[in-house]
Design a protein around this ligand. Structure first.
Ligand SMILES: Cc1ncc(C[n+]2csc(CCOP(=O)(O)OP(=O)(O)O)c2C)c(N)n1
Ligand SMILES: [Mg+2]
Length: 368
């Protein structure tokens, strides 16, 4: 026959285990230990409360611009929980819950968001890359790490995080192609939160799913309910195991939603409706997981209230430590010190302007 359908391996599946009513599909239960379930819940709760606190710190002028994660905790925490501590985690900029899981301190987040690069430093023994803001760049970094692990015959896996917007970047296509051709042990986690600042998904792609882009590169792709931490964990565990055992890369699309603004410099009311946000609030990953754990007998309303009070206290202590550390780190104008051997005139100008602004701020602070 001259014209026929070509059979392509790896059909695209959709995975959901815990639905919006917190009901479990028993056949798909990923069988996670009680200990791990409770640890995931605690991190999710801490990350949510921390996001709220960061927002109020930003509004008070005590930190700079930051990208909130509320609504997306399950999508990145569930994925990273499938890694070993010695695997590589390559974050974009909206994975705070996953970074906390990997050991990032809350104070480092505060310090970083105040412009101190010290807050981005990764301590010895943590196999994470710092936040990388250029959209899609994380993909190339992770592919390099994965390829290096394979070249050295180690069984480490690299996990890259990025958003729906990143799938329009050349980096995405180059990275996935290279990883598949060389069978690099990389798990690509796309947090499809429906928006790239004010650009909706429909203007980003004509594809029905982002996961199906994996097929073109010859790797498995799966779309998961990204607000269902059990589904994200199950898909990530499978992909990590495949990568570790020589089966190459996987693309996981986590369908989720950013409940807050893109960054604190953005006003989402200008491009999306309250109705849309309300619909997604009903799919909030935190109450969904919490209700499941209550039904399972692992949590009670009292235990949750107690945990909330504890994380709020933990956050307060981190804020205190961060504010103390920032005083010790000294003048933020030092950020200009290690950029260039010979500073270009326009950077010199920025430095002077920053010095003027700092002087103004210090004057205001002196006057209470
Ligand atoms: C290469 C590049 N272009 C533009 C920007 C400005 N920018 C920052 S975040 C963003 C949108 C990213 O959208 P998405 O990948 O969906 O991630 P999300 O912010 O939704 O988590 C843009 C355009 C950037 N940081 N890097
Ligand atoms: Mg997005």
């Amino acid at each position: 026959m001259p014209r026929k359908k070509i059979s392509i391996p790896n059909k695209i599946e959709y995975l959901s285990i815990l639905n919006e009513k917190s009901e479990l599909d028993k056949k798909l239960d990923p069988d996670i230990s009680d200990n791990l379930l409770l640890k995931l819940h605690r991190t999710m709760l801490l990350a949510r409360k921390f996001d709220e606190r960061l927002l109020s710190l930003q509004r008070q002028g005590r930190i700079g611009t930051f990208p909130p994660i509320s609504g997306q905790e399950a999508a990145h925490l569930g994925a990273v929980a499938a890694l070993r501590p010695t695997d590589w985690m390559v974050p974009a900029f909206r994975e705070t819950a996953a970074e906390i899981w990997r050991g990032r301190t809350l104070e480092s987040v505060i310090i970083y968001n105040n412009g101190y690069n010290e807050g981005a430093a990764i301590p010895e023994g943590r196999y994470d890359l710092p936040i990388s803001v250029p959209v899609g760049s994380q993909i190339l970094h992770a592919v390099g790490l994965g390829w290096a692990a394979k070249y050295r015959q180690k069984d480490d896996v690299a996990m890259a995080f990025f958003g729906d917007g990143a799938t329009s970047e050349g980096d995405f296509h180059e990275g996935l192609n290279f990883a598949a051709v060389f069978q690099a042990p990389v798990v690509f986690v796309c947090q499809n939160n429906q928006w790239a600042i004010s650009i909706p998904l429909a203007k980003q792609t004509r594809s029905k799913t982002l996961a199906q882009k994996a097929l073109a590169y010859g790797m498995p792709g799966i779309q998961v309910d990204g607000n269902d931490i059990l589904a994200v964990f199950a898909a990530a565990r499978e992909a990590v195991e495949r990568a570790r055992s020589g089966g190459g890369p996987t693309l996981i699309e986590c369908v989720t939603y950013r409940l807050m603004m893109h960054t604190t410099a953005d006003d989402p009311k200008r491009y999306r409706t309250d109705k849309e946000v309300e619909q997604w609030k009903n799919r909030d990953p935190l109450p969904r997981f919490q209700n499941y754990l209550i039904r399972k007998g692992l949590l009670t309303e009292d235990k949750i209230a107690k945990a909330e009070a504890e994380v709020v206290q933990e956050i307060q202590e981190a804020v205190d430590r961060a504010e103390k550390q920032m005083k010790e780190l000294g003048d933020p104008v030092h950020m200009f010190a290690h950029l260039y051997a010979a500073m270009p005139p326009y950077v010199e100008e920025q430095k002077k302007e920053f010095e003027r602004e700092l002087a103004e701020l210090n004057k205001e602070a002196d006057h209470g």
